[in-house]
Design a protein around this ligand. Sequence first.
Ligand code: AMP
Length: 549
Amino acid sequence: MPHHTSLIAILCIGFVLAFVFGLLAQRLRLSPIVGYLIAGVLVGPHTPGFVGDQTLAPQLAEIGVILLMFGVGLHFSLRDLIAVRNLAMPGAIVQMSVATAMGWFLGWRLGWPHSQSILFGLSLSVASTVVLLRALESGRMLDSERGRIAVGWLIVEDLAMVLALVLVPALAGNDDGEGLGKVLLATSLKVGGFIALMLIVGRRVLPWVLERVADTGSRELFTLCVLACAMGVAFGAAELFGVSFALGAFFAGMLLNESPFGHKAAEDSLPLRDAFAVLFFVSVGMLFDPGILIEHPLEVLETLAIIMIGKSLAAWTVVRMLGKSNEIALTIAASLAQIGEFSFILIGLGVSLELMSPETRDLVLAGAILSIMLNPLLFAVLARRRARAEEKNAAAAPASPPMRHVLLVGYGRVGIKLAGLLTRSEVPFVVIDTDADRVETARAAGYRAIRGNAADDDVLAEAMPERAALAVLTIPDPLEAGKVAKRLKQCETPIPVLARAHSDAAVKHLLERGADAAILAEHALAHSLVEMVMSAPPYRYPRPAAGKR
Ligand code: AMP
């Protein structure tokens, strides 16, 4: 294959195979991530057929990590980070030390040199952001306390990795203490300089630029501006300060989050973030030689045990010792029971410095892939455990009286008005909205609000539609509203559903899906304008003569 087409080939074949296997995995009730990884193994050099360019894949993955960390930043404010520091700092440090020690012990038993054993342990000690975020997102935990703790924990791990990536080459190169001290000092100064620059200058400049660009009214320029901020800061951080791309992008996202347009920035960059996250998993799959599973099954299992049992136990213990509930401790432990991108960067460095043998690298990769595959299972076990506990509580409690609330789907311009009216009329209601800020506003106003897509069965179930009296769908998308209407009508006791629509086709679609009424927004608007023209004194139009109407 001519070299200049390798980028196109890897993108096309990567996306197509990832799609096919992702869909297959979904069908088999596995995480789509498993499908993406298998697609990667298939385009890798260890399986017959097409072999993707081995140098391009990691670069594409890195873009995925940049965009992903940018996304994390967009949902994370400085306040959140500071709020969880008391747990995330000690937690991450203890957990990383325990994992490194266990990895070192395994290496020592296998007779590896100390440097390789320590590096091996260190690479098992950091969790993958991509995997963690996927898990939190699908469990709708991103805006919960445990979600924030997990993300904060990961950021501390990331900062520790920045240090490790600088220290490893320095340690490999010279072992006199003086040189090491200098390297340490230089690194701390650089990282500190970067953070200070971002917090002092970036904090003002980035939101300012975004607002100016939003003023131009060009959607294209706005999206471009968001991308330029993410990639530009990431690149600048790496080139000028030696900080990881990921950390730079995280800061860019966090600062844009302070702007009123942060929400739009998050929305606009989402499809790109998703696409590159998929490429990340494909490229990890490409690195993997499945032969290791047959040649060294025992070592693979031990590695996996360190990642999934050793690290989890350490995390659970720390969280419990710091006074958090068992539920939170279990979620944090499950979130971090995997490894990913940072481990790949670290082992890549180890192999290039000849500190690590290719077999050890394959062992880390096997541990990563297996733990990424098994991680969603841990969450499934947790979810089942929670559901059982809730069932038990429900059984113990006397049958709860019917709530007969109104289900208010969408808390935007339309939903807010309705909420005010329902409050005045003392009708209880539950809000569902996808947007974190909107949900926060609703909660601040004292309303019960659920964050999530109402078209998602679990989200809808949380609002207890079976005990509701009425549902009002104020969301603009007719396909999503149609899905909600259909679902509500499938409940044991279907409730009346009123919906908002913006076209005749939408009205038809909603009515077909079971909505009892669909109000065409433009009709209602025309009606109000007509009324205003006919009745308000300054605009009163001469009424037609009696009898002519
Ligand atoms: P507006 O058009 O101003 O009435 O806003 C519509 C609101 O509906 C926004 O707050 C959206 O976040 C919210 N929304 C849109 N789609 C969904 C959905 N599928 N589930 C829940 N909320 C939604």
